[in-house]
Design a binder for this molecule. Structure first.
Ligand code: MLT
Length: 299
């Protein structure tokens, strides 16, 4: 079976696939234009976030049998359409969970203590002790929107830090240590709101002007899920009006953003979609991709 690797994948696992008899071409710099020409020669593809697999690409690839995404979300693939065409679509739903959860918790701590600002003052050779009266995250209420694999990992860590965890997830009926509430209840009760749900038609812009109005004054928002679930214009307005005290954003509607105004705000910490960028997550993703592709080829 002939596989093209379109995004960065650990070498060790590429070698594992080759050792199992797969023909693997690494093209992790391939452009969308080149992919339209070259993908028809392959039966399988491995993608992460960079490579989008849309209908027009699927349509020119009658030989394609399997698409494997190294990551949790499938929003970068027209996966329903691919399935209609008889293509198997797989992902690695658990591999990144712990890394993303740690980033979300780290972001909450950074906002509570304004660590990013404190660090900047020290680099400017300023000893500004008086400006940094933060607060503890222990004793605060964390509202999780979405409580799947990543939400569960965030919960474990938040409970260990003595936070109260409430969650809104229409697909979950109960969860130890967590009070499941309606979205409106979550918005009204939370000191921190962290998003851990996929981007779908339903979740796009689900947090907008109306939802910000229902939040506590001074709430802090963490988005390590997908850009566009929180409406960026409404978030900008809420951050500049002071309704939202701070936001930590790892994901954006457009990546990289074409408009950097959100990332530049003083009360925003931003990172370039690095939730899964740890050596542990990369290794888990690589191992799972290799295992799944080898098993698929043996069928
Ligand atoms: C995921 O879907 O698990 C992540 O967004 C992966 C990534 O960073 O590419």
């Amino acid at each position: 079976m002939k596989i093209i690797i379109c995004d960065k994948t650990e070498k060790e696992y590429i070698e594992q696939m080759r050792a199992a008899g797969l023909t693997v071409d690494v093209r992790d710099d391939i452009t969308p234009e080149q992919l339209m020409v070259e993908l028809p020669n392959y039966e399988g593809m491995v993608v992460r976030s960079r490579t989008k697999v849309r209908k027009d690409l699927i349509d020119v690839c009658p030989n394609l049998k399997v698409i494997l995404r190294g990551g949790a979300g499938l929003d970068t693939i027209d996966h329903e359409y691919a399935k209609e065409k008889g293509i198997t679509v797989m992902n690695t739903p658990l591999a990144n969970s712990k890394s993303v959860a740690e980033l979300a918790i780290g972001y909450m701590l950074m906002m509570a203590r304004s660590l990013y600002k404190a660090s900047a003052t020290m680099k400017a050779e300023t000893w500004d002790k008086k400006s940094f009266n933060g607060d503890e995250i222990g004793g605060k209420t964390l509202g999780l929107i979405g409580i799947g694999n990543i939400g569960k990992e965030v919960t474990k860590r938040a409970l260990a830090m003595e936070m109260t965890v409430v969650a809104y997830d229409p697909y979950v009926k109960e969860m130890a240590g967590v009070k499941l509430v309606s979205l409106d209840e979550l918005l009204a009760q939370s000191d921190y709101i962290s998003l851990h749900l996929p981007k779908t038609k339903e979740s796009s812009n689900m947090i907008g002007k109306e939802q910000f109005a229902k939040m506590k004054n001074g709430v802090r928002i963490v988005n390590c899920a997908r850009g566009g679930i929180v409406n960026e214009e409404a978030l900008y307005e809420a951050l500049t009006s002071g309704k939202v005290a701070g936001a930590a954003l790892d994901v954006f509607n457009e990546e990289p953003p074409t408009d950097w105004k959100l990332a530049k705000l003083d009360n925003v910490i931003a990172s370039p979609h690095i939730g899964a960028a740890t050596k542990e997550a990369q290794a888990r993703v690589g191992a799972e991709v290799a295992e799944k592709l080898i098993a698929f080829a043996k069928k």
